[in-house]
Design a protein around this ligand. Sequence first.
Ligand code: ZN
Length: 285
Amino acid sequence: MWIDTHCHLDAPEFGAGHALALAARERARSSGVGLCVIPAVQRSNWDSVRHLSHRLGDAYALGIHPLCVPQAQDEDLQALDAALSAHRDDPRLVAVGEIGLDFFVPALCTPAMRERQQHLYREQLRLARAHGLPVIVHVRRSADLVLKHLRELPTGSGIAHAFNGSEQQAQAFLNLGFKLGFGGAVTFEPARQLRRLASSLPLDSLVLETDAPDIQPQWLYVTAAQREAGQAQGVNTPAELPRIAAVVADLRQLPLEELAQATQANAFAALHRLAGLGRDAQGAA
Ligand SMILES: [Zn+2]
């Protein structure tokens, strides 16, 4: 069984009423993706992420994404605390996420926004600790600060999603009990450092993800020139996970089956509540 540890199936790209998400999820299931983790991005989508994950038999996380920090209010933190309490017995709620820091988007890099991002990130780490949940972190040009706050407010485990840092940064996340999320980016041959890490890191450090509908794998990627020539952008869905996995297995010279078993165990270790859902998903397969 494959686990897509990060996909935004509630995104508008998947159509009104999640019509395309349901079809994509069905396709993913028939290609062996037994579980998806759907992270929320802001207060207004917490309910929809929760409902969708129940409808699909998947898992979800609640949180405020760094890209949503400009719209976030302080009272959203109290609302998050209340939501985590209200759904504490929901086995499908597996983490606080997606949270973190993004210093790539210019509008988020002003001194005030850097401060604000770190404030919301830290407060959400506190909530994760108070509720005994791991975290799913977004790291873009921000690994050292994401790590610094995690060291001060450790959550015991979690996932550094779409990991794209150095070997030292990888090791620092692993030392904090985290697993590293690998997805579409690793399918591009020029991504030398990332591909080297995907092949050389210990097998127990990797989890797989599609980040659907974002981070297209190489075979769905359409260049600006191709777009201008009328070629449509391919839609990334969890159904791409087995093919991404095949790239990682190839880089590691590892049988697919072995990678599936290891990344499943790693996902359970990172998000402890997934293990219970995993048993059910396998029973249903
Ligand atoms: Zn995400």
